[in-house]
Design a protein around this ligand. Structure first.
Ligand code: NAD
Length: 419
């Protein structure tokens, strides 16, 4: 890790303040009252989302499909509060009061009282549409309807209701009671008042909101995607997967892509058939390498969750590289870092040019608060400005990777993303 880039801290603070502002919405726009929140789904995200409001003093009605899922979700929230109290971070009486604001139920009709309803059910368009169609018939007039979807088209979800102006995305990050970032997804028809209300409410519950337009993965996950593609390409060309992780650790990230995969679960999204081997992930899952939860994923883990590189995984990767006919070579640290990070800057430039993000500094705020991008750099776009957009563009060209038009133009003109 390096010394902070000059002005990085000031940039981060200013960027965070700017992110809460929506350019075409006047600051004095009257906000809608939010005195009760409804949450649909008490899984990993629904529970964490609920805790934010309970802690902030706002009552929540949480709805599930089965009593078992509801009980499990409530028990997890209670446990989380108990642990916070044990660690001395919260007064026991406050934790008790927070849980007292929770109304768990299987009755969707109870959502009629909510001013804001947040959906956190399975990531499946048909399920989301069904749920939004149902809430449309229950929610009070004027209620805001939000989805916690990670990737899906918020406009299509809004289309399942008779009131698309009420619909927007509230993309929380896991664990949702801890992570600061909140991407607020503005649909084509989202009302200004609804958006302004959610931005203000997000700040009130201690989040760092950033507005994103509708696209696959919004700002954060969309930029993650080219990094993942390069992480995979690098190990197919001969880089060791732990070298890919090390490159990001050295840059200052808390973890690299393969550590992240082990933590989240290599088996996320896996088809669960050990005989169907179509990807590297299939090969790993078929031999029980599901990540930290099975004590082996890309790495082997001991009882203290310490990781060591695995010979078995190295062999599996080599077999895949051979099958795909990829020539092997030693790849240096600089190339690894540049191929992981430069494409993210280029994707950021596309996001900016398409108007998905309002300003370059919003992209920095997303990556600093949601994905562990190291603060010493001021964020991906500020960092790119610092090292020079011509350097980034030339680097991408050298590796045969696409250069976004905005990046190419600014590089040629000697300009920066952040004014
Ligand atoms: N897990 C993450 O890291 C993460 C991060 C950001 C966003 N998200 C998004 O959040 C959403 C939920 O993800 P999750 O990880 O919490 O999933 P999960 O499987 O842990 O929880 C989903 C819950 O929804 C319930 N459910 C499903 N259909 C329902 C219905 N019709 N009515 C009521 N309850 C219903 C299920 O019983 C389950 O408890 C997804 O859209 C996901 O993409 C997840």
């Amino acid at each position: 890790m390096s010394d902070p880039i000059s002005g990085a801290k000031e940039h981060i603070d200013a960027a965070r303040i700017a992110a809460a502002r929506v350019d075409d919405i006047p600051a004095d726009t009257p906000l809608l009252p939010v005195n009760r929140v409804g949450v649909i789904g008490a899984g990993t995200m629904g529970g964490g989302i609920t805790m934010n409001f309970l802690t902030a003093g706002i009552p929540v009605t949480i709805v599930e499909m089965t009593q078992e899922a509801l009980d499990r979700g409530v028990a997890t929230m209670r446990k989380n509060y108990e642990n916070t109290v044990k660690r001395g971070k919260m007064d026991a009486a406050l934790a008790e009061a927070a849980m007292g604001r929770l109304t768990p139920t299987l009755d969707f009709g109870a959502l009629a009282e909510a001013d804001l309803i947040i959906e956190a059910v399975y990531e499946n368009m048909d399920v989301k549409k069904e749920v939004f169609g149902r809430i449309d018939g229950i929610a009070k007039p004027g209620a805001i309807l939000a989805s916690n979807t990670s990737y899906l088209d918020v406009n299509e979800i809004a289309g399942a209701t008779s009131r698309p102006e009420a619909v927007l995305g509230m993309h929380f990050f896991s664990p949702a009671n801890v992570m600061k970032l909140l991407e607020v997804v503005r649909g084509a028809k989202t009302g200004k008042q609804q958006l302004a209300t959610v931005m203000a409410l997000s700040v009130k519950i201690g989040k760092v909101p950033v507005v994103s337009g509708v696209c696959h993965g919004f700002i954060g996950n969309r930029m993650l995607s080219p990094r993942q593609a390069q992480a995979h390409a690098l190990i197919m060309e001969g880089a060791n997967y732990w070298e890919v992780d090390e490159a990001l650790l050295e840059f200052g990230f808390p973890m690299g892509p393969y550590q992240m995969s082990d933590l989240a679960g290599v088996d996320i999204g896996w088809h669960r058939d050990p005989n169907r081997i179509e990807t590297l992930r299939d090969s790993l899952c078929a031999v029980g390498r599901w990540g930290q939860k099975t004590k082996k994923g890309f790495y082997d883990y001991d009882e203290n969750r310490q990781r060591t590189p695995s010979e078995e995984v190295k062999t599996i990767i080599a077999e895949w590289a051979a099958r795909e006919g990829k020539p092997q070579r030693t790849i240096g640290k600089d190339e690894i870092r540049e191929r992981l990070l430069y494409p993210m800057v280029s994707e950021g430039a596309l996001i900016l040019e398409e108007g998905i993000s309002q300003r370059a500094s919003d992209i920095d705020t997303v990556w600093l608060n949601g994905y562990g991008w190291p603060a010493w750099t001021g964020g991906p776009m500020f960092w790119a400005d610092h090292i020079g957009l011509d350097t980034v563009a030339a680097g991408l060209e050298k590796y045969g990777l696409p250069v976004a038009p905005l990046l190419a133009r600014k590089a040629a003109a000697g300009e920066t993303f952040n004014a």
